[in-house]
Write a protein that binds this ligand. Sequence first.
Ligand SMILES: C[S@@+](CC[C@H](N)C(=O)[O-])C[C@H]1O[C@@H](n2cnc3c(N)ncnc32)[C@H](O)[C@@H]1O
Length: 228
Amino acid sequence: MLNATSAVLVTRTVVIDEAVRSAGNPQLVVLGAGLDARAWRMSELSGAVVFEVDHPASQQDKRQRVDSLEPVCKSLTYVPVDFGRDELGPALAAAGHDQASPTTWIWEGVLPYLTHAEAEATLLAVAERSAEGSRLIATYPMPNRLAALGRRGMQVYSRLTGAKDPLENERHVSAWSPEQMRSLLAAHGLTVTSNVDLFATSRDLSIPARQSRFYGLGYAVVADKLGG
Ligand SMILES: C[S@@+](CC[C@H](N)C(=O)[O-])C[C@H]1O[C@@H](n2cnc3c(N)ncnc32)[C@H](O)[C@@H]1O
């Protein structure tokens, strides 16, 4: 499980970094930032203002961990938001996000934890605050019955052996087909420029990945707010 997970994490990091670089926007908003390290490691962000949005509890933990580290971006602002309860748009506005200037949005490894309604509410705020030239980069899982069975198997195995289920607190409530994702983004004014299968991409990048149909490896989508 760790091997498969690390292969997909490396792959999505490469894909997302490249999409952030090529957009070159003056603002970056990381939605559900977790331990995202881009503000500390991507020198290409030296001229960018970065906002890290996350659940207050996760963000507090992150802030303790990075306390002694210096970001390499122009500025870094933390925006605590629970996507299930709080309003993203006003929170970003209050934090100084500029709606009139292009933004790159990263939504990495977060969609499985959100209901479809929470995902749509977040996307609505993203669309409203995306000036022309903005870009959304998201990873999402495909509906995968075998992966669901694998998670259930892990639960049963852990119960029977008395071991801790590593997926116990990992909600996995949503999945989209590439077509559903394309329509959802189009409905919010975002045009898909690439939508890649992460397992196939790991192969293209020669990242050693053992394929198992029990893992839902998912897709990475890049969608742009075009002019006109
Ligand atoms: C698997 S981590 C991904 C972290 C990071 N984006 C990455 O790819 O390494 C999931 C993140 O989603 C955030 N998250 C999940 N549900 C959330 C919610 N309802 N509101 C805000 N953040 C949420 C968690 O706090 C966590 O930081």
